[in-house]
Every structure is written in structure tokens, then in C-alpha cells.
Ligand binder design. Sequence first.
Ligand SMILES: [Zn+2]
Length: 63
Amino acid sequence: MKKQDNERNFKDPVCGMEVSRLTAIEEMEYQGKTYYFCSGGCREAFEAEPEKYLRQHRQHGMR
Ligand SMILES: [Zn+2]
């Protein structure tokens, strides 16, 4: 049996690791979306420069 929403996987936008609501260590809301992180370090990095990680996601390979 598959559980839906509760065990959906999210991608840690900083390191790219897959985390779920259950395994995520940290979470943070940004612009109405909740992001999940594998560690406090990843959350801090995202918090410092969220645009950098979100943009990186969309424009592959560009800095
Ligand atoms: Zn991470």
C-alpha cells in the first residue's frame, strides 16, 4: 500500500538529497513554499541565499 502526501519526497535544494517530511531535519518556508533539508547546515545555506539555490535549479549549469 502506498501512502501519499505524508511520505512524499522532497529534494533538498542545497545538496540535492531526497528528504521526506519524516526524514527532514530542518524545514523552512520561503515564498509560500515549504522546503525540507537534510541538515541544519543546508538550511542555513539556503536561508543565506535562497535565490541562488532556486535559480540554480532552473538554469542548469549557469552561475
Ligand atoms: Zn542537504
